[in-house]
Design a protein around this ligand. Structure first.
Ligand code: 13P
Ligand code: SF4
Length: 304
């Protein structure tokens, strides 16, 4: 079957079966095309709060499906591919964070949304890459333990010098792969391009950027910029989507290695099968959902 034929079947099926399809911006183009909403982690959380369908299919990674379930416990929430996890989300567990909290009892725990539901139960406030600076500036505390991404944490700490941050050794293996040498090479190849980067990259990479922002932030910057060429320092899908959207501009991925295998685990066939009852339904204990929801609700309130 051709991709377009399968897409047509999926569009019909999702209406018949009352499904809303959410896709992160790192998903493959053919999946983004059949989704009802495509966005960054913060946008996906905001959409979740407004869902009117009974069934939700997440094309992304596990913590994103868990966030939907926590915000809409009465809905049936499915993850399109059960092996799509986020390695960063699983780097720290509750016991570890509780031990760090004991060391810094006057600190609040700020959790990147890329954390498991279980870990969120011991955190005070959630953030995403697009909302972290705004939220932690507003949040009524001056000292934070920031988990798990030390690169995003370093970026946020830099933007809010009046507050204190304890960073731990966690991060995104895809973004952490990028080095200052990759930036040098890309800038030599494309001397007229602006360099747009995600804050999950290492400081040695981020400090060379013309703009630092979330996936949606990078896309918005590229749309409004007068510049015609951009080096994109985040998962390869963003350069691809921008190229389709604005073929008159040129988008170069910082490196061809910038592929998140977890985000790319989901295929259009997985979406089709999920709509036919083969997706993994997300179930979380009520107690976990209630406790984890507090820090997500704070994020949504402070981010709006
Ligand atoms: P954003 O969607 O917040 O830009 O985060 C990128 C990411 O790595 C999601 O897993
Ligand atoms: Fe996790 Fe990084 Fe992949 Fe995002 S890009 S899902 S943070 S591993």
């Amino acid at each position: 079957m051709k991709i377009r034929e399968l897409q047509d079947i999926i569009v019909k099926l999702k209406k018949e079966k009352n499904f809303l399809i959410l896709a992160h911006a790192y998903q493959a183009t053919e999946i983004q095309e059949i989704a009802d909403y495509v966005g960054d982690s913060f946008g996906l959380s905001q959409q979740t709060a407004r869902i009117d369908k009974q069934n939700v299919l997440m094309c992304g990674v596990r913590f994103m499906a868990e966030t939907v379930k926590i915000l809409s416990p009465e809905k049936h929430v499915f993850l399109a591919n059960r092996s799509a996890g986020c390695p960063m989300a699983e780097q720290m567990d509750k016991e570890f964070v509780l031990a760090v909290k004991e060391k810094y009892p006057d600190h609040s725990v700020a959790a990147y949304i890329n954390t498991t539901a279980d870990l969120k139960t011991v955190c005070d406030v959630c953030v995403t890459s697009s909302s972290a600076v705004e939220i932690l500036r507003k949040y009524p505390a001056d000292k934070f333990i920031f988990i798990p991404d030390c690169n995003l944490g370093a970026y946020v700490a830099n933007q809010i010098p009046e507050k204190q941050f304890q960073l731990l050794q966690g991060g995104c293996p895809t973004h952490a792969r990028m080095t200052a040498a990759d930036v040098l090479r890309a800038k030599e190849l494309h001397p007229n391009a602006l360099f747009l980067v995600h804050p999950e990259c290492k400081p040695e990479v981020a400090k060379q950027a013309d703009f630092i922002g979330s996936t949606t932030g990078i896309m918005a910057f590229a749309r409004s910029s007068e510049c015609k060429e951009f080096i994109i320092g985040t998962e390869i899908s963003i350069a691809e989507s921008l190229s389709y959207e604005m073929p008159e501009k040129k988008f170069y991925p910082l490196s061809v290695n910038l592929v998140c295998q977890n985000m790319k685990a989901t295929t259009l066939v997985d979406v089709y099968r999920s709509l036919n009852g083969e997706g993994e339904e997300i179930f979380l204990a009520n107690d976990t959902m209630q406790k984890a929801r507090k820090c997500i609700d704070r994020m949504i309130e402070l981010g709006e």
